[in-house]
Design a protein around this ligand. Structure first.
Ligand code: ADP
Ligand code: MG
Length: 328
């Protein structure tokens, strides 16, 4: 079990990581989602023992993970970080990059393990290519193969999907699933795009300016985001400012302004309901994303498979009360 307890990291006056605690049991996949600059890479470096924390501790199975200033060689044998830019050695093949990680083992085991990793990471056809001859996905899989060569307990991945096409994202996803199933590896990845986090992770966290503001199952975080930021980081969201009427019938001036989140797929087109005017239609392949004006103040995005909608069409909206989620 990897534990982070009130981790802090400051660069001059920038609080990159502010009191982050988390736990990652073996065989689990956690995905942290945050905007650029929210502290994702800093957090991973601290967790991997590659950057000294200013406060807090990282422990793996009850033993403290030392920072780089406390050890001869920075890093931890059982916690491996796959950097965003892969950091492969440019002048040797993908296979040799992987083999480098097991160079201290017997020759026969080296060959066996590298063969195994090449197969697991689906690199058979390209293993003798140099990194510059490899695609982003192939480099990413090589970097992962190298990181897991010695079967670490924890695999940390920095934006593992960012530069990859759909096919390669699927390959990486399946690779992580295989790894977790076969080795009970604990995986923590960070991303600015929640699509992958939601479909892969057992648990999702939202990072905002160094704070871990929410954690939970992908479904829980998607449906019940704590703030507008958490809502937007986890997918398309209509954020609407409104007066929240209480059942206590307070005078109007006592009703606090608040925001609620309405996911586009929760708005249904119906025969009757709230009239709205279509202002834009975006083709998304499997569906259309439609922008509508309900009135001068409220513009909503919704999803539909109806192909006949055009700018200016009047539609009627049905929104179930359960679709409305009030934000903090
Ligand atoms: P993310 O990976 O989420 O984009 P980072 O962890 O890279 O975010 O950075 C978080 C914040 O810390 C940013 O404001 C960044 O500018 C700052 N930062 C990161 N590394 C350093 C560094 N070595 N020196 C100074 N500031 C840094
Ligand atoms: Mg980063």
């Amino acid at each position: 079990m990897l534990l982070a307890d009130r981790l802090q990291k400051t660069f001059d006056d920038i609080h990159a990581v502010r009191s982050i605690s988390l736990q990652l049991p073996p065989g689990r996949i956690m995905g942290l989602v945050g905007a650029s600059g929210s502290g994702k890479s800093t957090l991973l470096s601290v967790l991997a023992g590659l950057l000294d924390a200013d406060g807090g501790t990282v422990t793996l199975n009850g033993k403290r993970v030392p920072g780089p200033s406390e050890v001869l060689v920075a890093g931890h044998n059982d916690i491996r970080l796959v950097h965003q830019e892969y950091q492969l050695m440019p002048n040797i093949s993908l296979r040799e990059n992987i083999a480098y990680a097991v160079r201290f083992y017997e020759k026969e085991y080296q060959r066996f393990r590298v063969d195994e990793l090449v197969k697991l990471c689906r690199l058979e056809a390209v293993q003798d290519h140099l990194p510059r001859q490899a695609s982003g996905g192939e480099k990413q899989r090589t970097a992962i193969a190298r990181a897991i060569a010695e079967k670490p307990a924890v695999l940390l991945l920095d934006e593992p999907f960012s530069h990859l096409d759909l096919l390669n994202r699927t390959l990486i996803r399946d690779l992580l699933f295989d790894l977790v199933r076969q080795e009970q590896t604990a995986c923590l990845f960070v991303t600015h795009d929640a699509t992958d986090a939601l479909s892969i992770a057992d648990e999702v966290g939202i990072l905002q300016m160094g704070h871990l503001i929410q954690t939970g199952s992908p479904v829980a975080v998607y449906r019940r985001p704590v703030t507008a930021y958490a809502a937007r980081m986890t997918g398309p969201a209509n954020i609407i400012r409104a007066k929240r009427l209480s059942s206590l019938e307070l005078p109007a001036s006592h009703h606090p302004d608040a925001c609620f989140c309405l996911r586009p797929e929760q708005i249904h087109l119906s025969e009757t309901g709230v009239p709205a005017t279509v202002t834009a239609v975006f083709f998304k392949g499997s569906h259309f994303e439609v922008e509508v004006d309900v009135n001068r103040y409220v513009r909503l995005r919704l999803l539909t498979t109806r192909a006949e909608l055009k700018e200016g069409t009047t539609v009627h909206l049905h929104i179930g009360e359960e679709a409305v989620w009030w934000l903090k």
